[in-house]
Design a protein around this ligand. Structure first.
Ligand SMILES: Nc1ncnc2c1ncn2[C@@H]1O[C@H](COP(=O)(O)OP(=O)(O)O)[C@@H](O)[C@H]1O
Ligand SMILES: Cc1cn([C@H]2C[C@H](O)[C@@H](COP(=O)(O)OP(=O)(O)O)O2)c(=O)[nH]c1=O
Length: 210
């Protein structure tokens, strides 16, 4: 089972991935957690380059670096873990490219992104994606107490486009993308995720905590 967590920066993805990993491990599941970009030595080096504020990357350079990091993560970690029967939880995946490089930057058409994903990962997609949806201002507050007047107007509009793109993904792919109201408390978000997972994977819900 391949499960991903998506949402704008500061929406609560990492928090929920950690909680779900613990919940699954308590029920006897072998779980591997990872993040995109990152998760392997090479992919983490690419991540450092991507997230370095002094890297003045062209939009296409950025896109190809995200795709390269993901290709390595899929080949080196995700596919082997899935073939070994482990549950893979990943903090972000291809949907982030659609939302950020597609909707946010509007660099290239969606079909082009999809083709790049096919070429670099064989088109691997998660079984289930949890989209933790929060308003931009709420995510900004959570990130580091940034209030809305500190975020540049341009960054604000960018994150609004990212959020809108994520929400349209949930509408286009309701059997894969589960949109969860991230403005609830962490415990309530956790409960919504567990309820959804039990519905699509009844045996995991039946497992008793060890
Ligand atoms: N449901 C929530 N309500 C309020 N704060 C939250 C919630 N979920 C996470 N947070 C807090 O918001 C911040 C960002 O959470 P994090 O999980 O790192 O988000 P992301 O991985 O999406 O950037 C952290 O300080 C975290 O404790
Ligand atoms: C995976 C991925 C991430 N990103 C962006 C989203 C984030 O701003 C950044 C990844 O950093 P991350 O640590 O995921 O940010 P946060 O924890 O705040 O959500 O890279 C893309 O633009 N495209 C992608 O394909």
């Amino acid at each position: 089972m391949f499960i991903t967590f998506e949402g704008i920066d500061g929406s609560g993805k990492s928090t929920q991935m950690r909680h779900l990993a613990t919940w699954l491990q308590e029920r006897g599941q072998a779980v591997e957690t990872m993040r995109d970009p990152g998760g392997t030595q090479v992919a983490e080096q690419v991540r450092t380059l991507l997230l370095d504020p002094t890297s003045s990357l062209d939009n296409r350079t950025e896109l190809f670096l995200f795709a390269a990091a993901r290709a390595q993560l899929v080949a080196e970690r995700i596919r082997p873990a899935l073939q070994a029967g482990r549950v893979v939880l990943c903090d972000r995946f291809y949907d982030s490219t659609t939302a950020y490089q597609g909707g946010g930057r509007n660099t290239v058409p969606r079909a082009w992104l999809h083709s790049l994903h096919e070429q670099t990962t064989g088109g691997l997609m998660p079984t289930r994606t949890y989209l933790i949806d929060v308003p931009v201002e709420e995510a900004a507050r959570r990130r580091r107490g940034e209030s809305d007047d500190r975020m540049e107007q341009e960054a604000w509009a960018f994150h609004e486009r990212v959020r809108t793109t994520y929400r349209s993904l949930a509408e286009e792919e309701p059997t894969r993308v589960c949109c969860i109201d991230g403005t609830q408390s962490p415990v309530q978000v956790q409960g919504a995720i567990r309820a959804d997972l039990k519905a699509i994977w009844p045996s995991v819900g039946a497992g008793t905590p060890s």
